[in-house]
Design a protein around this ligand. Structure first.
Ligand SMILES: *[C@@H]1O[C@H](CO)[C@@H](O)[C@H](O)[C@H]1NC(C)=O
Ligand SMILES: *[C@@H]1O[C@H](CO)[C@@H](O)[C@H](O)[C@H]1NC(C)=O
Length: 401
């Protein structure tokens, strides 16, 4: 039972990822253009070189307007200055800088939404880099009026500078997004479900986020029968669940033309990275349980995703599951199959890194084994996050209490 529960998912997802992925092609006569898109970039950052590069890659896609929404007068002044420098270099850039009094990514996003006048909104973090083909490619699924939200493949820039530990953290961050891409692609191919569309970059129909019911829910979301919240974190999970619950189609657009790059895991050292890992794990505990037990739409709308992502995520703790598998086989008396089991466990851990290792073969010798060991260490994070899931801080982000 333990083996089937685990390996059925691994097998089916591998087949789905490699054989069933067919991203929507760009239509010959599109009806939606990059000029129908407003891009919202909530930011509490320093408006450094990374921010400039981020905005410039967005400008290169030719959206109608970019709205940077920041916090406080000082940051607004800085942002305006940086953005006017960008505008002076790129004639087609139209950038508006707005500001709120308090740092709250959800409120910053909604502030940007109120100012948007186009049919489609794209939202992006301040350290993502779009390819020039991004918007044209990612708009294609939205030609279908039933599609409300589009997510695409995300990739962390591999950075080996700064010594072994920094390089390892960056490698782990690479795999983290690689796993996201793999699982979202696999489940989307099978039943149209995803467990989240990451807020690092996504496209959404403006009338969904303009709606007063959405705004109320988004600003007052609570968890565990209203005892935790209102939440500022988990914004992307909240949006994804809203669409699932309201019958919209979500598309995970796995197209090489729409791969978004980002930076992760290299600045701020281990302390910050640990905070980030914990925040992610807490977020997914909260969101996965909400989908399963509170919303419950996923059981009928996306049954495979419900089994393979949501239910599995509650048992998928390698540090406990793998020893249980071995123990069960040992007690069964079929110990002659032990090597096969160990091999199967090892292989199952090699599938998701494959796409990364194909691009970065240097990582095979040193990083791959470390990454597998890290999988077990991460179990401890996951268990700790379970017991502290009521914590809704933005840990791992600077400047937010
Ligand atoms: C939801 O939040 C808004 C703004 O934070 C507030 O004005 C409103 O009273 C809240 N509504 C409910 C039902 O809690
Ligand atoms: C929530 O589900 C997703 C998809 O299966 C998974 O990646 C994530 O690790 C889960 N979170 C937890 C804490 O189990």
């Amino acid at each position: 039972m333990l083996a089937i529960f685990k390996f059925l998912k691994v097998f089916v997802h591998t087949v789905s990822f490699y054989l069933l992925t067919t991203p929507t092609q760009q239509p010959v006569n599109p009806t939606i253009f990059p000029s129908d898109v407003t891009v919202i970039v909530p930011s509490v950052g320093e408006f450094d070189d990374e921010f400039v590069e981020c905005i410039e890659t967005i400008v290169a896609n030719g959206p109608r307007r970019i709205i940077v929404c920041t916090v406080g007068v000082a940051k607004q002044t800085k942002a305006k200055q940086v953005c006017s420098e960008i505008s002076s270099r790129h004639l087609n850039a139209r950038i508006t800088v707005l500001s709120l009094a308090l740092a709250n990514k959800r409120a910053q996003f909604l502030r940007g939404v109120s100012a948007a006048r186009t049919e489609i909104i794209a939202y992006a973090d301040d350290h993502v880099f779009w390819p020039p083909t991004f918007l044209k490619s990612a708009l294609a699924p939205l030609e279908d009026q039933r599609v409300g939200l589009v997510g695409t493949v995300k990739r962390v820039r591999r950075d080996r500078s700064g010594g072994f530990w920094k390089s390892l953290l960056n490698y782990i961050a690479c795999l983290y997004l690689e796993r996201h891409n793999f699982d979202c692609t696999a489940t989307y191919n099978l039943d149209g479900g995803v467990f989240v569309i990451s807020g690092r970059t996504a496209l959404i129909r403006t009338n969904i986020v303009h709606h007063v019911d959405f705004r109320r829910e988004f600003q007052n979301e609570t968890w565990l029968w209203g005892t935790v919240g209102p939440m500022k974190v988990d914004d992307d999970n909240c949006i994804t669940r809203w669409l699932v619950n309201h019958g919209w189609k979500i598309v995970f657009h796995n197209s090489p033309d729409a791969v978004v790059e980002t930076t992760l895991g290299t600045t701020g050292g281990f302390e910050k990275f640990r905070g980030q890992l914990l925040r992610w794990a807490r977020t997914t505990w909260r969101s996965n349980s909400t989908s399963l037990f509170s919303d419950r739409t996923c059981w009928t709308a996306h049954p495979w995703t419900t089994y393979a992502m949501f239910i599995s995520s509650f048992f998928n703790i390698a540090l406990i599951y793998d020893p249980l598998l071995i123990l069960a086989l040992y007690r069964s008396g079929y110990t002659r199959h032990m090597y096969s089991l160990l091999l199967a466990i090892l292989l199952s851990k090699l599938i998701k890194p494959i796409e990364h290792l194909r691009r970065e073969p240097q990582d095979i010798m040193v990083m791959l084994p470390q990454g597998i060991i890290f999988g077990y260490v991460h179990s401890l994070f996951k268990i700790w996050a379970f017991f502290t899931a009521r914590n809704i801080e933005w840990s791992g982000r600077k400047g937010i209490k």
